[in-house]
Write a protein that binds this ligand. Structure first.
Ligand code: SF4
Ligand code: SF4
Length: 212
């Protein structure tokens, strides 16, 4: 197992260590290969932000911690995906209940109920909802962008004790999987910041955001 995978199953979350991410795209490939994700879709994508003079000079990353301290890092890369939020805005806005939070904490989408309205895309702060099948399912009745697809947290892999493919194959252990407490402790041990602001952390972890 990757050192980033600390526990799997019920209450496991996935969260990035942006200090460790090197924007190699290994997680994207691992996900696509494992789940045969369509060419035009990515269940995980890397957002790389360039900052200040370092960006213009083409220099690479410093750290999110520096960013929070008001310095100008060259580049910060954030793996963006569904984080299976505790207070998931997508679940709140979905008008057909096709999005729901399971007892194990994972957010799931039911294809047969999704009408492709894309409200979840507007609500999600992390750009997780994908709409790869414009001509599929109930959505085609509405002439919209197709039914929604997103990260499943690799639940089938977790059911047999394996970690999510993206986290297992990350060369720098930048994707952390475990309870909120384990993730917070690991970030602390590495001297990494949590990157997202307090509002986003509350969306993702609910009351457990206090651990960060
Ligand atoms: S808000 Fe976005 S990241 Fe959170 S559960 Fe919904 S789709 Fe996933
Ligand atoms: S947890 Fe699984 S489905 Fe989600 S982004 Fe990673 S590899 Fe893809």
């Amino acid at each position: 197992m990757s050192q980033g995978v600390m526990s799997v199953g019920e209450d496991a979350r996935i969260f990035p260590d942006v200090e460790a991410c090197i924007d190699c795209g290994g997680c994207v490939v691992a996900c696509k290969r494992t789940w045969d994700v369509p060419r035009d879709e990515q269940r995980i994508s890397i957002s790389t932000m360039l900052e200040g003079e370092e960006a213009a000079a083409g220099l690479n990353a410093h750290s999110a911690k520096a960013l929070r301290q008001g310095q100008n890092p060259g580049e910060t890369s954030v793996p963006m995906q569904c984080y299976h939020c505790e207070n998931a805005p997508c679940v709140s806005v979905c008008p057909t209940d096709s999005l729901f939070k399971k007892e194990n904490g994972f957010v799931e989408v039911r294809d047969d109920l999704c009408v492709g309205c894309q409200y979840c895309l507007s609500a999600c702060p992390f750009g997780a909802p994908q709409f790869p099948d414009a001509d599929e399912g109930a959505a085609k009745l509405f002439g919209t962008g197709g039914t929604m697809d997103k990260c499943t947290m690799c639940e089938e892999r977790q059911d047999v004790g394996k970690g999510p493919a993206c986290a297992e194959e990350c060369a720098t252990d930048a994707l952390l999987v475990g309870t909120a407490g384990q993730i917070a402790e690991e970030l602390d041990k590495r001297g990494s910041a949590s990157f997202f602001n307090s509002e986003a952390m509350e969306i993702i972890f609910g009351e457990d955001a206090e651990a960060f």
